[in-house]
Ligand binder design. Structure first.
Ligand code: NAD
Length: 308
């Protein structure tokens, strides 16, 4: 039987994630949204592309959670995106209400699924979904680090004029202005970028990574980034469905790791069929740990506001 992925929210990120998932033939896809017709129309359009793409994926759009039953993965992108001048945190209360609505329904029909949370503010929404679902922490994962590190990788590759395939990068912490890109652990063909790029330029690339989302919001004006975010979701989906045991930076519920307790924060994890199969603790310098603590503090504040 083919794998099944439900994508809740059929807007920019959700529909584009469905596109990437189907174009890689990873699973059948169910698109769901509160707006009638949108998931049906986009789902049908994507289904009709499959003969051209030579992919055997079945895609449907629906308003009925019964159609999502027994999904292996449920990706939650439902919610409002930010507009110019807004921070991700400004979305807190609206998206919390939406999260409450969708998590209970999704979990009712797919009690054994793995949840990938995308809606912002990411870490707080992942924490809300974790608490509402009652799932083990291995099965609730927030998408942010894969995107943030992909942005950092793109900027490094562009600056050095090397293949993106040669560049790895690590970004830890919350998905906000206090995210923590780690130049020491970012490499080009195994060479730390600190050996290849001067400190001022690294700082500029780091800052551009932190502002990566806002840079795109400023251009688009009516929405936020979605190609790279949905590609990041798809990398996580692939790692889980193919049990790849891939090490990726994801938002995970920490229980003492990195000295942080009871909070979703971005850390390196091993993603496989069971979801988060390991949280990898790397040695941080005092400065990096301080930055991570600051980032976790920002998440804690938000989580406190919504009481999850
Ligand atoms: N984690 C990340 O790195 C990251 C990256 C990009 C976007 N995001 C976030 O993802 C979310 C979606 O972004 P987008 O650009 O796709 O927005 P969008 O407005 O294009 O799509 C959101 C969709 O959610 C739907 N929706 C709203 N309430 C719903 C409900 N109760 N049930 C089902 N569907 C519902 C809307 O109708 C809309 O179609 C935003 O919160 C955005 O901030 C996160």
């Amino acid at each position: 039987m083919r794998k099944k992925v439900t994508v809740v929210g059929s807007g920019n990120v959700g529909a584009t994630a469905a596109h990437w998932i189907a174009s890689k033939e990873l699973a059948d896809v169910v698109l769901i949204d509160i707006v009638e017709g949108i998931p049906q129309g986009k789902g049908l359009d994507l289904l009709e592309a499959m003969p051209i793409e030579k992919r055997d994926c079945h895609i449907i759009g629906t308003q009925d959670y019964a159609d999502t039953a027994k999904s292996d993965i449920v990706v939650i992108t439902a919610g409002i995106p930010r507009k110019p001048g807004m921070s991700r945190d400004d979305l807190l209360n609206t998206n919390l209400k939406i999260m409450k609505d969708v998590v209970s329904k999704a979990v009712q029909f797919s009690p054994d699924c793995i949840l990938i949370i995308v809606s912002n503010p990411l870490d707080a929404m992942a924490q809300a979904a974790y608490k509402m679902s009652g799932f083990a922490r291995e099965r609730v994962i927030g998408m942010a680090g894969v995107l943030d590190s992909a942005r950092f990788r793109a900027f490094i590759a562009d600056h050095l004029k090397v293949s993106v395939e040669n560049v790895t990068a690590f970004v830890l912490g919350g998905h906000g202005d206090s995210m923590v890109p780690l130049p020491r652990y970012s490499t080009v063909a195994g060479i730390p970028i600190t050996e290849l790029i001067d400190p001022q330029t690294i700082e500029r690339l780091v800052q551009r990574t932190r502002d990566g989302g806002a840079e795109i919001v400023k251009y688009l004006k009516t929405g936020s980034a979605y190609y790279a975010p949905s590609a990041a979701v798809t990398e996580m989906v692939e790692a889980i469905l193919k049990d790849k045991k891939k090490i990726l930076p994801c938002a995970a519920y920490l229980e003492g790791e990195y000295g942080i307790n009871g909070l979703f924060v971005g850390v390196p994890v091993k993603l496989g069929a069971k979801g988060i199969e390991q949280i990898i603790e790397i040695k941080l310098t005092a400065y990096e740990q301080e930055q991570l603590n600051r980032s976790a503090g920002a998440v804690k504040e938000l989580v406190g506001v919504i009481g999850v």
